[in-house]
Design a protein around this ligand. Sequence first.
Ligand code: ADP
Ligand code: F6P
Length: 319
Amino acid sequence: MNKIAVLTSGGDAPGMNAAIRAVVRYGIGVGMEVFGVERGFQGLINDAFIPMTMRSVSDIIQRGGTILKTARCLEFKTEEGQQKAIENLKKHGVEGLIVIGGDGSFMGAKALTDRGFPSIGIPGTIDNDLAYTDFTLGFDTACNTILDAINKIRDTMSSHERVSIIEVMGRNCGDLALYCGLCGGAEVIVVPEHPMSIDEIIKCLGCNGENNKTSGIIVLAEGAGRASELKEELLKRTDLAVKSTVLGYQQRGGSPSYRDRFLGTCFGVHAVKLLAMGVGNRIVGIKENRIYDMDIIQGCAMKKKFDLDLYKMAQVVSR
Ligand code: ADP
Ligand code: F6P
């Protein structure tokens, strides 16, 4: 392939810029022309193609967000939208596309592949909700951001002998809550994959019982409920001083961690190598510390397994 394009789609994630940089520089390095497409699939439809140079991606590896912007595009779900996108790709002579995004964006890449346009997916989402890869781009940075918040909130909860509920993102996936709860020493982790009754939550807090804790942290995955509602329940049922914080969009921004810069770079180079061999229809990931790729349809059909052992371990070590 001589001409390829790259876009970012869906929710942004720290490390997307590292991946764009790697695609552009590695692609140009092996003799390709590389286009950046602005605003995800919307940019394919609106013809927002930018010829990229080595310098277009200077000074971005350390930046959160995505220099190509991102969007959610309903029109791309229609046949007409997809046809317009392919016409524009062909107009620029582009022969292969790299899509950086989550499972929704991968469905878009699959739709293009089904129409005979080779596309490769790179997993970019803080949610870590894709089964075929151990980690997605952005998850590590988001975990560090959440841990920083947990540490700060714990300081003040501890001084005032209060309990704090911290609601984190993740859509229907509890990984952000699980990993950050474990590493932040949360007394309770509430995730959609392993529902907990209010009585269990109160027992795990250990404030009124055998463990003599005087303060505590509950990390609540957004997919398992609202912090404000859980707070009301706890205030009704206990005499604890309960506070709540919704961490919100700060979890999606910030300078990417070492790990996300590393993953973004490796994923980007791997994706270009596939297109250079004329291979499409694949998604790139990391399994047991090895960068690999697999069939887009098989990968998207895999069901993510919740790590119950890790969850139980977190419960034991937080008592
Ligand atoms: P994410 O990629 O983070 O999961 P979304 O689920 O919002 O984010 O999907 C991002 C975009 O991918 C959508 O706005 C749409 O343009 C495209 N997309 C999602 N599902 C499909 C589909 N079934 N067919 C074609 N395009 C899709
Ligand atoms: O998928 C990433 C994510 O940040 C989720 O954790 C969250 O539920 C969602 O995106 C928020 O999306 P929006 O940008 O539409 O508010």
